[in-house]
Design a protein around this ligand. Structure first.
Ligand code: BG6
Length: 486
């Protein structure tokens, strides 16, 4: 046996973004309105505490936003103007030495309402230019087909993924982009963080939750439709791009038991199952047996069709991707309907420090997650999001001294290296928000993750100037040495 030490040759190093958090140009060149264009900025400090999540939209809010858009701020409409500045941004990624860049394609740029027969050529051209720019520097695009947005028409007409009608519409979108970019994009992820539909029906699935009776049932029904759409996209990818690597993705939040009490330990197993449920289906192609009891006990009845079993079986993924930000603490509770682990752990882990947004920082949890996932699937893994949202300050010298970010990422890279030495097959690492972008959860600009500072505030004011932070130069060295320098 030869033990792998350090990161393997060809390891993919880079950063990650999503269309609706960077592009802006929300109606340019024929793009239609997306669900994310209708998430209004709400002062996250208004209640005296940081509210991590303002990304649910109900039907009356949607009607109000559509009727009086000028009364609100919609930061995801302007992003960081990547639409016009992608050349400068990709050049900076290249300077850091990226060999991969994760981004998503906005469905509404390609099919403005989702219902058109023919795609919007101008939208397709934009991504052609972006991919060409990446390839010019030897950067492989890693493309998420669906990252928390869809044409708003699909929410209005079908209540999003609650409807089975979305499956052929998504399949059409997926086939168009696979065909168009088959010579440019080899790495794909079908859906971003599928498990987060349990946290936000609107952001995860385009569903207005006040229009559904049983939210939990709606989340699982919408997920069922996304599983099918994902499996069909995987099948299409394998046909159109024979050497494509196409993966699934969850937000991996490892649940620890609060105590050694067996009841608490059991609850941790169950909580983790609720998260693993998503890759279980996408990697193995069948519904796991533990969900039968969960569905019965929670009065969830899913509508399925005869062909579904076959579709899921035929569309299993090549790799399992995760975002990783934190771990979670759970305990046995009376309330059996407790959801899968979420961002808002009610129980604090006394051993962990918190970020400025109260997210527990747990690098070892990443190693634990990778070890468990690899044991479970024996498929290559990809950490396609990880990072620290922090309030950066531009110092008097004009620079951003973000040693806290360097420290955070360093500790997570160390744990990935440990996992590799444990035998985990890890393909790559793309830190979240490699350039500052609009927060998904809070729509803040001031929650910054980047190696590159963007001069813009929460209200959208600023020069949009890009400034490399200290972490930029540090990450460049990490990549140069394939992780040896930390
Ligand atoms: C992940 C999402 O859940 O977390 C990203 O895939 C998101 O879109 C990231 O931006 C960080 O969350 P937030 O709320 O800090 O932007």
């Amino acid at each position: 046996f030869t033990k792998q030490t350090g990161f393997p040759k060809g390891f993919l190093w880079g950063g990650a973004t999503a269309a609706n958090q960077i592009e802006g140009a929300y109606l340019e060149d024929g793009k239609g309105l997306s669900t994310s264009d209708l998430v209004a900025y709400k002062d996250p400090y208004a209640k005296g505490v940081v509210d991590n999540f303002t990304f649910n939209v109900n039907s009356s809010e949607l009607a109000e936003y559509l009727a009086h858009p000028d009364n609100y701020l919609f930061p995801k409409r302007w992003g960081i103007d990547f639409y016009h500045r992608y050349q400068e941004d990709i050049a900076l990624f290249a300077e850091m030495g990226f060999n991969v860049f994760r981004l998503s394609i906005s469905w509404a740029r390609i099919f403005p309402t989702g219902l058109e027969e023919e795609p919007n050529e101008a939208g397709l051209v934009f991504y052609d230019k972006v991919f060409d720019e990446c390839l010019k520097y030897g950067i492989e695009p890693l493309v998420t087909m669906s990252h928390y947005e869809m044409p708003i028409t699909l929410t209005q007409k079908y209540n999003g993924w609650l409807s089975r009608e979305l499956i052929p519409l998504f399949e059409k979108f997926a086939t168009v982009i696979l065909e168009r970019y088959k010579n440019k994009v080899k790495y794909w992820i079908t859906f971003n963080e599928m498990n987060m539909t349990l946290n936000s029906l609107y952001t995860g699935s385009g569903i207005l939750e006040d229009l559904v009776e049983n939210k939990l049932e709606a989340a699982y029904q919408a997920s069922h439709h996304q599983f099918l759409a994902s499996a069909l996209a995987v099948k299409a990818a394998k046909k159109i791009i024979p050497d494509a690597k196409i993966g699934c993705m969850i937000n991996q939040i490892e649940a620890y038991a609060r105590t050694t009490k067996p009841e608490d330990q059991l609850q941790a197993v169950k909580s983790n199952q609720l998260n693993m449920f998503f890759p279980d289906i996408q990697a193995r192609g069948t519904y796991p047996s533990y969900m039968t009891r969960y569905f019965t006990e929670n009065a969830i009845e899913l509508v399925m069709e005869a062909e579904d079993e076959r579709i899921l079986k035929e569309g299993t993924v090549d790799f399992v991707a995760i975002s990783y930000y934190m771990s979670h603490v759970t305990e046995a509770r009376e309330d059996a309907s407790e959801l899968a682990v979420t961002f808002d752990s009610p129980i604090k882990n006394e051993y962990l420090e918190l970020s400025q947004w109260d997210w527990p920082i747990d690098p070892i949890g990443l190693r634990i997650s990778l070890m468990k996932l690899y044991d479970r699937y024996e498929l290559p893994l990809f950490v396609c999001e990880n990072g620290l949202g922090a309030k950066d300050v531009v110092s008097a010298d004009g620079n951003i001294h973000d040693d806290y970010r360097i420290n955070y990422i360093k500790k997570h890279i160390e744990q990935m290296q440990e996992a590799i030495e444990d035998g985990v097959d890890l393909m790559g690492y793309t830190t979240w928000g490699c350039i500052d972008l609009i927060s998904c959860g809070t729509s803040q600009m001031s929650k910054r993750y980047g190696f590159i500072y963007v001069d813009q505030d929460d209200q959208g004011m600023g020069t949009l100037k890009r400034i490399p932070k200290d972490s930029f130069y540090w990450y460049k060295k990490v990549i140069e040495t394939n992780g040896a320098y930390l």
